[in-house]
Ligand binder design. Sequence first.
Ligand code: ADP
Length: 475
Amino acid sequence: MYINGQWCEAADNSRFPVSNPATGDILGDVPNGGRDDVKKAIDAAADAFKSWSKTTAYQRSQFLYRAYTLMIEKKEHLAVTMTSEQGKPLKAARNEVQYGADFLLWYAEEAKRIYGETLPAPRGDQRFIVQQHPVGVVGAVTPWNYPISMLTRKIAPALAAGCTIVLKPAESTPLCAVEMFKIFEEAGIPEGVVNLVTAEDPKPIGDEFINNPKIAKLTFTGSTNVGKMLAQGAAANMKRVSMELGGHAPFIVFEDADPEHAAKGVSLVKFLNTGQACISPNRIFVHKSIAEPFIETLENRVRRMRGGNGMEDGISIGPLVGPGAVEKVERQVNDAVEKGARLVCGGHRLLDDGLDRGHFYAPTVLADVREDMLIYREETFGPVAPVLTFESEDEVLEKANDTNYGLAAYVYTPNIGRAFRMFEGLKFGIIGINDINPTAAAAPFGGMKESGLGREGGHEGIAEYLETKLGGFSI
Ligand code: ADP
């Protein structure tokens, strides 16, 4: 763990192991932090806040820029660490490291654009100015599916704003976090400004974040259930929260779209990270008239995907995070097939050639999916593409919005009017129109409804770490 600029063990000296989800091999172990450790880290961050919040935007920018440069230099090492610990194919890991580094660069620049305002005051002898101030010490909890970019997406804007931070990474991917904190150390970020607490049991850390009066803000990326629980706890103490939670993205292909192009798009985005992404398409609505060529193209592409250890060439499907994830996918697929869905391809675990040592499930396409199936309602977080058909724009819009989630949605149509109607009608925070990758460090990422609160990335991402202060001056 990294607390107050020092690498340290847990207060009780315990550690926990980290394994490779593709092979089951133990990669190493890390300190198993608890409540005392996180308290210490929060104290350090609160002390550091006094001076860090007084640094100039130009100074903070330089630290972030240095961390960005180091990340790019160490890209390969970080990518290999990520593939070993999290499982995604090496090429995807490299892309994630770049995406993660982009946040450091973007917020190195954005630090210098924390503008204020002057306002006309009601009295002639009065002046109003508005400034933005850092909220204070931030508690951050990050997930395992994007174990580097989710860190920088929180740490970069927090630091740019003048906040200090204590981070708890997911228990299955702490090694990526350790490598990132080595970079922050090497970048010379002052002691106490960034702190890392690794823990096998997240609960005591979350409890301390919620209850410790020195924490001003909680930022969380993870499941909707845990997010709701943390937001409730934070509300009791009126702490600010940002929540990036689950999704249940519709992917809509209209009759005027090219079914092969759309099928290619969905095959790329659905199986990215083995489907373990909150913006992964979870319900694929295809117009009835083009369902056949769409499914045929999708099937052809999916059958060519190879599952295996992401360190090997030609692998596009890595392991799932753990046995529970495989069971969930299996349960959803079996339920759908029992209720009448057609298994186009996949639909089983991958066990040959040593894959039984990891957590592999074959890339799967289901057709004739209906509303009474679990997969229609539940987030899958696995390599399964469930296809449904529709007949009218109104019908598909209603079905797409018929979910408690509201993170990402995708639409394929060349009709500009229809594209606008869908963009405006879909109750989701991120809409890809003929586009499968509507994300970037410069763009606001976040969801509506139970997909969360607040936005990360873009100029909105730094606002999450700032508070507005009004000054009224009599002159
Ligand atoms: P998933 O089910 O996809 O692993 P989680 O929401 O459980 O998603 O995990 C996301 C992050 O939330 C991880 O860092 C995990 O350790 C953390 N987490 C889970 N439960 C709690 C909790 N009670 N308090 C704080 N953090 C938690």
